[in-house]
Design a protein around this ligand. Sequence first.
Ligand code: 9WO
Length: 246
Amino acid sequence: MRFDVISLFPAMFAALQHGITGRAFTQGLAELVLWNPRDYAINAHGQVDDRPYGGGPGMLMRYEPLAAAIQAARSAAPGGQVLYLSPQGEPFTQNAARQFAQCDSLILLAGRYEGIDERLLTTQVDTVWSVGDYVVSGGELPAMLIIDSIIRLLPGALGHTESARQDSFSTELLDHPHYTRPAVIADQAVPDILLSGDHARIRRWRLQQALGRTWQQRPDLIQQCTLSDEEQTLLAEFISNTTKSP
Ligand code: 9WO
């Protein structure tokens, strides 16, 4: 899968050259191509921004350099959907990552300054995505989050351990607690079940913890889940034990 990213700060994307994403690039499972709007500036001074019509603080990214960079990316990766990262976008979810993981290529536009000319959104951008209800300094970190979440879903990207972990439980649930040596830290012991060696019971305990945590911390997510009979039983037991305990 090919990712084309339009950004004034291409060096930021070196962060993706590590770990699972770095290995995916090395293995040829994914490709990252960066396009700098500064290379398509409107003048010899490298200008890519301008003052907003109607006044107001800050600068906006001008249409021409971004449109030229998008066109260059489209020419290199025909058919790639153009995504813009903004707090105004649709909340990005694991399901969106799953859908995008089916694509051959994506073009991501990372904004800076106070934003981009609206005519880019109406003529060049296909979909707008938010990674959370907060504003950061640019679209680069959101773009990297989205690229990372998609690469993890590409066949072969996760090693056996990680993919086994992903397959073991629904990824719609929050994670169960994890423990490793030592067995006791500051009088806090590892739950006995995890030391029992009974893998069937351990699987059920982990599933119940994931269900319970999701019910407690993200009831909106649990509402969206279609729970199996086993999951419904485990969650009911968790709720009963939680509401019973003083
Ligand atoms: C800035 C802003 C300020 C107040 C209310 C809404 C706002 N949206 C933006 C905006 O889209 N800014 C552009 C992209 C240019 C400046 C840096 N950008 C940005 C993208 N900041 N935060 C994001 C972002 C993207 C996706 N998910 C969360 C935040």
